[in-house]
Design a protein around this ligand. Structure first.
Ligand SMILES: *Cc1c(COP(=O)(O)O)cnc(C)c1O
Length: 359
C-alpha cells in the first residue's frame, strides 16, 4: 500500500512529469483511494488491543474533532457509508406515517435503493423541484399544502444535499429561506453532506454557518469522497433526535466492532486540515476542467459549477472516443450530459490529459 500512497500526486507542481494513463479519475470521487493523512492515521491506529464498539480513544478523539470543527456540542455517530447515514438519520427524524421532502435528483431518492423508506418502516419520499439541483422553498410549501388530510403521509422532514448532485451549493441565504419554510410548516431539516467539505470550500464559510446556524438539525458528513477509504459521520445538532440512535445503528449492521478503523482516518483528516485542503483541490481540478472543456468546439458545459463535478454535453463521437481511450465518466446522473467528477487525488496532469484527448 506504501507504493499506492507514494505514487499519489500531492500538488499541481509535481504533476507535470508524466502524462497519466486514462482511467477512473473522472468517474466518481469514490474511485480515489485514501489520502495520505487519513491513511497514516489508520496505520497509527493499527497497534495493540483497544476497546471495541467505539469505546476507544480514536473514536472519542474523532467525535471531539467534529464537535470542534462545527463549534457545537453535537451527538456524533460513525457508520460505513452514506446510504446508511442518510437512511438511519432520516428514520430517527420520522415516524413511519411521515413524509420526507427532497429534490427530485436527491441521492436519497435516486441512489439508495429505497433504504430511507426501508429503515423508517415505510416513510414516503415526496419529490419537489428547484433550479440547478436545489430545492426551492416555494416547492416545500406547495408540497405541504397539496394535501393536509389524514389520508396522506404527513410531511415531517426536508432533506437537502450540500453540495448538490449537480455540483451546485446552497448559499447561507438559500439555506435560511429553506429553514424558514421548515419552521412555517413544522418540518425538521436534514442535510446529506456526502460532499459537505466541497461546499465549505466553495462557499468559503465556516461549517457552522451552513449547518446548525442555518437551522440544520442533522448532518450526514461524508468521509469517503473526502479522502477516506470508507465511513460517514452522522451529526445530531438537535441532540434529542439522537435518542436511542446507537440501537438503530447496531440493528442495521452499522456498528463497527473494530470502530477505531472507521474513526482513526477521521482524526487524520480533521487534525491535519486535509478535509478542507482535499476539497479545495477537488474543486480546483473541476474549475480547471470546466475552463478547458468550455474551450473545446462542440462541447457545451451545462450549468454553473460550484463544487467538484463538471457536467457537459459532448458530441457523441467525442464521448465515444474518450471512452475508447479508456476514460471513465458517467452520463446517467443529473439532468443529462456527461459528469466529470474530480477528487482530492485528481491532478492538473489528469485534467490536462483528458483535455488533450478531447481535442
Ligand atoms: C456518494 C453519495 C452518498 C453516499 O453513497 P454511498 O454509496 O451509500 O456511500 C450520499 N449522498 C450523495 C449525494 C452522494 O453523492
Amino acid at each position: 500500500m506504501a507504493e499506492v500512497i507514494s505514487s499519489v500526486k500531492r500538488s499541481a507542481s509535481d504533476s507535470v512529469v508524466a502524462v497519466p494513463k486514462p482511467g477512473c479519475q473522472f468517474a466518481s470521487d469514490n474511485a480515489a483511494g485514501f489520502c495520505p493523512e487519513a491513511w497514516q492515521s489508520l496505520e497509527r491506529a493499527n497497534s495493540g488491543h483497544v476497546p471495541s464498539y467505539g469505546d476507544d480513544q480514536w473514536t472519542s478523539r474523532a467525535s471531539d474533532l467534529i464537535r470542534e470543527v462545527f463549534e457545537h456540542s453535537a451527538e456524533v455517530f460513525f457508520v460505513f457509508n452514506g446510504t446508511a447515514a442518510n437512511s438511519l438519520a432520516l428514520a430517527a427524524m420520522c415516524q413511519s406515517y411521515h413524509a420526507i421532502l427532497c429534490h427530485e435528483l436527491a441521492h436519497i431518492e435516486t441512489d439508495e435503493c429505497g433504504a430511507p423508506q426501508f429503515f423508517s418502516n415505510g416513510t414516503k419520499i415526496l419529490l419537489a423541484s428547484g433550479e440547478r439541483g436545489k430545492l426551492a422553498p416555494s416547492a416545500i410549501t406547495q408540497a405541504v399544502e397539496r394535501r393536509r388530510d389524514i389520508h396522506y403521509p404527513k410531511p415531517r422532514v426536508v432533506s437537502v444535499t450540500q453540495a448538490t448532485e449537480l455540483s451546485t451549493v446552497y448559499s447561507i441565504d438559500e439555506l435560511s429561506a429553506i429553514h424558514d419554510a421548515c419552521q412555517r410548516h413544522g418540518l425538521r431539516l436534514h442535510m446529506d453532506g456526502a460532499r459537505f467539505a466541497n461546499a465549505v470550500a466553495s462557499l468559503d464559510v465556516l461549517p457552522r454557518q451552513i449547518t446548525w446556524e442555518a437551522g440544520v438539525d442533522v448532518l450526514c458528513l461524508g468521509g469517503t469522497k473526502n479522502g477516506m477509504g470508507m465511513g460517514e459521520a452522522i451529526i445530531f445538532f438537535k441532540k434529542e433526535l439522537a435518542d436511542e440512535f446507537a440501537y438503530r445503528c447496531k440493528q442495521a449492521g452499522q456498528l463497527a466492532s473494530k470502530m477505531r478503523y472507521l474513526t482513526a482516518p477521521w482524526v487524520g483528516l480533521l487534525e491535519s486540515g486535509a478535509w478542507l485542503t482535499n476539497a479545495r483541490r477537488a474543486n480546483a481540478a473541476a474549475a480547471r476542467l470546466e475552463v478547458g472543456l468550455a474551450a473545446i468546439p462542440g462541447v457545451e458545459v451545462l450549468g454553473k459549477r460550484d463544487a467538484n463535478a463538471v457536467f457537459a454535453r459532448l458530441p457523441d463521437t467525442l464521448a465515444a472516443s474518450l471512452r475508447a481511450k479508456g476514460w471513465k465518466f458517467y452520463d446517467f446522473i443529473g439532468s443529462g450530459g456527461c459528469r466529470f467528477m474530480c477528487s482530492w487525488a485528481t491532478t492538473d496532469a489528469d485534467v490536462d490529459a483528458l483535455l488533450a484527448d478531447s481535442k
